[in-house]
Design a protein around this ligand. Structure first.
Ligand code: NAD
Length: 266
């Protein structure tokens, strides 16, 4: 049976670890050619090696890019189109949580600017170049390939709830991702380009585990999790697969929460 992303091509940022790595593997398993983009070329290459070993039927490539640099984001999209012939799925997933990002009184301007550059401008540029690329997609009805595509932007539960362990710039940046995604979804809906945010809950990936770096900090966060556990990168990847595939053909502009119920609970 063909996979849910058969004949499609995907670009994933932050693909060397966590959500991005799990999504790269899952999208490849579902038949997509995948460009793994990361600021760490070694990490992206390791992901490519895993795909080549497990899913040799698809093409996977690694590319070093800093999503905080517009020229890097453009180069990544150009490479995907050149190598795969089209771009159907753009997963703007790379993001940072600076260890010194704290509350309004302590967060420094340089941390605010860095966080906004990577988490907000990086997503803006990813959307911009993906939209330009998706407008050029050739229609091939025999393969179920219509024009347009799906853009997924990683936000966070902290865009919806205030975090008790504050990280002000990060929280503000993820709120911006939600707002930007909604607006772009409205503007590009009639071009057949869907845009959705995915809002992960707290995960057992390096990003959060480096931040909650003691058992006490982790236990404090666990108290607030309805399921009593951190999520796994693969659980977010499965949500991203739904948004990437035609299973979500009537879904755009949504904030898709994959958070173990966190944002519905007090
Ligand atoms: P992770 O640390 O496991 O992976 C992040 C990857 O992004 C790394 O491979 C890193 O090298 C790469 N990266 C960092 N800066 C980059 C840049 N400027 N350009 C390109 N690549 C860069 O993190 P993760 O948990 O998988 O997080 C992925 C996304 O999910 C982020 O946007 C994060 O904010 C979001 N998120 C994470 C959690 C969580 O609890 N881990 C919760 C909500 C949202």
């Amino acid at each position: 049976m063909p996979g849910r992303l058969h004949y499609k091509s995907a670009l994933i940022t932050g693909a060397g670890s966590g959500i991005g790595l799990e999504s790269s593997l899952l999208f490849a398993q579902e038949g997509a050619n995948v460009l793994l983009v990361d600021i760490s070329l070694d990490a992206a290459k390791k992901g490519v090696a895993l795909i080549e070993e497990r899913f040799p039927q698809v093409k996977a490539l690694a590319f070093k890019a800093d999503v905080g640099q517009e020229a890097d984001v453009k180069a990544a999209v150009d490479l995907a189109v050149k190598e795969f012939g089209r771009l159907d799925v753009m997963f703007n997933n790379a993001g940072i949580m600076h260890p010194n990002d704290d509350n309004a009184l302590n967060t420094e301007e340089r941390i605010w600017d860095l966080t906004m550059t990577i988490n907000v401008k990086g997503v803006w540029w990813g959307c911009k170049y993906a939209i330009l690329a998706m407008r050029q997609n050739p229609v091939d009805e025999t393969k179920g390939l219509r024009s347009g595509g799906s853009i997924i932007n990683t936000a966070s539960f902290v865009a919806i709830l205030g975090a008790a362990t504050p990280q002000l710039a990060y929280t503000a940046s993820k709120g911006a991702v939600l707002a930007m995604t909604r607006e772009l979804a409205m503007v590009h809906a009639r071009e057949g380009i869907r845009l959705n945010s995915i809002c992960p809950g707290p995960l057992k990936t390096p990003l959060l585990m480096n931040f909650l770096d003691t058992p006490e900090k982790r236990d404090r966060r666990l108290v607030h999790l309805p399921m009593g556990r951190f999520g796994e990168g693969i659980e977010i990847a499965k949500g991203a697969l739904f948004l990437a595939s035609d299973d979500s053909s009537y879904v755009t502009g949504t904030d898709f929460k994959v958070d173990g119920g966190l944002t519905s609970c007090y």
